[in-house]
Design a protein around this ligand. Structure first.
Ligand code: N01
Length: 550
């Protein structure tokens, strides 16, 4: 356990407090500890893993290829860990993170089963005071929110939602023990990525599966398969170059070259390219052409290609039509990656209910009532998503200078500088926060970049004898404008997605991720640091963080 000193009030006192022990919190703890900072991570779960701790629903799997969805900071770790499938399933990713926690001896500085409920900045001491749900007070000059982008689950706002008498499950809070739906009548609400991954599994087990769909999604096959040992050896031999390609790419994947334009391609060229990318599978489809998320006509060609595939995979044309999105451009809601999703609707025990035609009126103790019918169930699965990107931060009472609540500052949408910091909230950092590439990139690449930037920044402050860093209102304003401008150039604002907060009633409609690409973003962050943390005001703090040898 970290040797936590106590201040005069007897509160635990650290250099840095980190909230969350997922991919971000684990690496941050390792980096900061190596630099000699005293750090403690607070984690609500009973174990490490973040999103991969909670999302244990059947079929949960990453949509980024496993060899790229992994840390690059340790060449030894890269060589000793061997991924077994093209897209790793949840248990394998969790095992990887548990291995990382053990290998780097991280657990001794993580306090599990502890939720941070508030986080207040004290301007007289330039320190953050955090309260835990167990009543503990923690004081530190620096605080980092490594709370993840998709960690606060959301139930549908439907009368009686809590009244169902049988077991209910949310995909984002799945039990640790296997759930057996054999012989049961099961209802699933939602058809996003989590539903699309779990539905084929649920359909194989349940006696009857009824799926309630409000908005159909586009999905591309994963073509998942065990990894060939020769391929793994090749990847391991060339990891440094592969990682660099990821860092210098648009979205954090090892892609060389720039894709052409669908608008200038002929119909035959488009068909050939879409076909080739479909065969490659997964998110690569959106890389078929460079203008798919910018040009409406280019996107419509891709969308129609995907709809054709749905018609090929689903036997009943009426069901295929219901499953085919027509009112938003493909990719502007997260593209799903599936294994046998559409084919599941060819099964006799599966029913699709169109909520646009007959919305849910209520959930009752025995089932779901729509405007047209009543469905009785033994179990209900909510695959209804998350209050993404800001929900978890909003659930913590975060207050900056002048006691300003973050939730009030972000009332009309999140405002940050680089997605890393916010003016009025000195010495507070977000990892993959709103305003950074985050969810539109390979998260591990973006997390490592943020962790390294923050660690270098804290080291710089310590070496220069400074103790307070805060984004200036002007820099923040410019950054918020840039993020909005980039979103305006894209098609993303045409969809009611969680990227734009549309899935949460009352949430401001603001597109949250930065669309300039991880390559450009990294260069901007590096330049800002090299220029003495341009856009931040730095000064001596009322505290001093001393270098320690650990
Ligand atoms: O959540 P979602 P998710 N009545 O918000 C529906 C990542 N992820 O957990 O679209 C009826 O996408 C809602 O309908 P609508 C990935 O980034 C990755 O599936 O709002 N329906 C929608 O269909 C993903 O994007 C993987 O009309 C209601 C569904 O519930 C993100 O997590 C796997 C409703 C929610 O879909 C979130 O995915 C899983 C209501 N009142 C997740 N409220 C990988 O592959 C909501 N819905 C790595």
């Amino acid at each position: 356990m970290v040797s936590v000193s106590r201040d005069t009030a007897g509160d635990a006192s650290l250099d840095v407090v980190v909230v969350g022990a997922g991919f971000a919190g684990l690496y941050l703890l390792h980096r900061l500890r190596s630099l000699g900072f005293s750090v403690r991570v607070y984690e609500a779960a009973s174990g490490v893993g973040g999103t991969w701790y909670w999302n244990r629903y059947p079929g949960a799997r990453c949509d980024v290829e496993s060899v790229d969805y992994s840390y690059s900071f340790s060449p030894e770790l890269e060589q000793e860990w061997t991924w077994t499938e093209r897209y790793a399933a949840q248990p394998e990713i969790l095992a990887y993170l548990e291995h990382v926690a053990d290998r780097f001896d991280l657990r001794r500085d993580i306090q599990f089963d502890t939720r941070i409920t508030s986080c207040h900045f004290d301007e007289t001491t330039d320190r953050w005071t955090l309260l835990t749900d167990g009543g503990e007070r923690v004081v530190a000059p620096y605080c980092v929110m490594a709370t993840g982008c998709l960690s606060t689950t959301k139930l549908p706002r439907v009368p009686g939602v809590e009244s169902f008498a049988g077991p209910t499950f949310h995909t984002g809070q799945w039990p640790h023990e296997p759930v057996d739906f054999s012989g049961q009548r099961v209802g699933v609400i939602g058809t996003g990525s989590s539903a699309i991954q779990s539905i084929p599994h649920l359909a194989r087990q349940a006696a009857q599966l009824v799926i309630f769909q409000r908005t159909p999604n586009f999905s591309v096959p994963a073509w998942n398969h065990p990894l060939d040992p020769d391929y793994v050896a090749e990847v391991k031999a060339a990891y440094p170059e592969r990682r660099e390609l990821c860092r210098q790419s648009q979205a954090g994947f090892p892609i060389e070259g720039t894709p052409g334009s669908a608008s200038t391609a002929t119909e035959e060229e488009r068909a050939a390219q879409f076909g080739a990318k479909w065969q490659e599978g997964g998110l690569r489809f959106l890389g078929a052409f460079g203008d798919l998320l910018i040009d409406p006509a280019a996107n419509e060609a891709a969308s129609e290609f995907l709809r054709t595939k749905i018609r090929e995979r689903v036997e009943d044309p009426a069901i295929a039509a219901l499953l085919s999105p027509t009112d938003y451009p493909c990719g502007t809601k997260r593209l799903c990656v599936d294994t046998g999703y559409y084919e599941t609707f060819n099964r006799d025990n599966v029913t699709l209910v169109d909520l646009r035609r007959s919305p849910i009126e209520a959930i009752t103790p025995t089932g779901v009532v729509t405007t047209e019918a009543t469905y009785e169930f033994d179990a209900l699965v909510f695959a209804t998503g998350f209050d993404a990107m800001t929900g978890t931060l909003a659930n913590i009472d975060i207050r900056g200078t002048d006691d300003l609540p973050l939730i009030e500052k972000w009332h009309d949408g999140p405002r940050s500088y680089l997605g890393l910091a916010a003016s009025g909230f000195p010495n507070l950092f977000f990892i993959t926060g709103p305003g950074s590439p985050s969810v539109l990139s390979n998260m591990v690449v973006s997390i490592e970049q943020h962790v390294d930037w923050i660690a270098d920044c804290l080291d710089h402050l310590r070496r220069t004898g400074l103790g307070r860093i805060e984004a200036t209102p002007e820099a923040e304003e410019q950054w918020v404008d840039l993020v909005a401008q980039l979103a305006g150039l894209s098609l993303f604002e045409k969809a009611n997605s969680w990227y734009i907060g549309a899935n949460v009633e009352g949430k401001p409609r603001v597109f949250m991720p930065y669309l300039g690409g991880v390559n450009t973003y990294r260069a901007q962050c590096d330049e800002i640091a090299a220029n003495g943390y341009q856009g931040f005001s730095l000064r001596e703090g009322a505290h001093r963080v001393e270098a320690r040898v650990r």
